[in-house]
Design a protein around this ligand. Sequence first.
Ligand SMILES: Nc1ncnc2c1ncn2[C@@H]1O[C@H](COP(=O)(O)OP(=O)(O)OP(=O)(O)O)[C@@H](O)[C@H]1O
Ligand SMILES: [Mg+2]
Length: 252
Amino acid sequence: MFLVTHPSERLSDLVVSTEIQERIERLLIEYRNRNKLQKYGLSNRRKILIEGRPGTGKTFTASVIAAELDLPLYTIQMDKVVTKFMGETSTKLRQIFDNISTSTGVYFFDEFDAIGADRSLDNEVGEARRILNSFLQFIEQDTSDSIIIAATNNQKLLDQALFRRFDDVLHYAMPTSDEVRRLFEIRLGTFDSSFKVSDEAVCMASKLSHAEIIRVCDDAIKNSILMNTKIDNVYLLKMLKDRINAYIAKEA
Ligand SMILES: Nc1ncnc2c1ncn2[C@@H]1O[C@H](COP(=O)(O)OP(=O)(O)OP(=O)(O)O)[C@@H](O)[C@H]1O
Ligand SMILES: [Mg+2]
């Protein structure tokens, strides 16, 4: 049900708005000072919900938080938890939350709405909805040292009842042009520190998600290694065009 990993991604590699960056830093600082906070009867923020389009860094953020806090990352495989037998799903959820309190770590529930969103699993008494509610209650009642991160790209699901359960809700958007530039700098900079990305490439890449831009960078790096050439903007533009066409075809 879990996939345990020990990520090494750094916060400096995550490209997000200043506001989101500060909120993540705050979670890290509060975690590191949780004993100090406890002395004053306060608990550190440790349950967060991340909502956003595919490829904007939700999973990446969970890895960054685990790495920065030197904690194992437990990714919960929702497809293994949610079955059409509601009793079984409940039992598994209980096991997961037992684990959360006995083994401290970062617990990442990716696409957690799978629990309640699949209407075909729902029956006349709304069992799927009830399971989702019980999941939210488990989250609410949890007082462990672990960090719980739930991610979704289903904005419709976000109602007030859901927000209440979390200490913080982060909305991830498509990259701004400043973020696009930073993505290029970070990814290509490790390979060729003298390369300067053109405004045209930045403008074109603004149509893509963070993940797609990183893939274009990696393709450019690979090409430059294989062809024994330097990375250049003309080639980068060509690859951006190809990816945008594929991306638009996929979205359509
Ligand atoms: N904000 C970001 N800053 C830096 N790199 C990013 C960012 N978002 C995505 N990436 C890169 O793209 C890869 C894939 O992104 P990630 O899996 O985190 O997206 P996601 O939001 O979880 O998407 P999905 O909704 O499809 O699960 C990351 O491993 C990372 O290399
Ligand atoms: Mg993801």
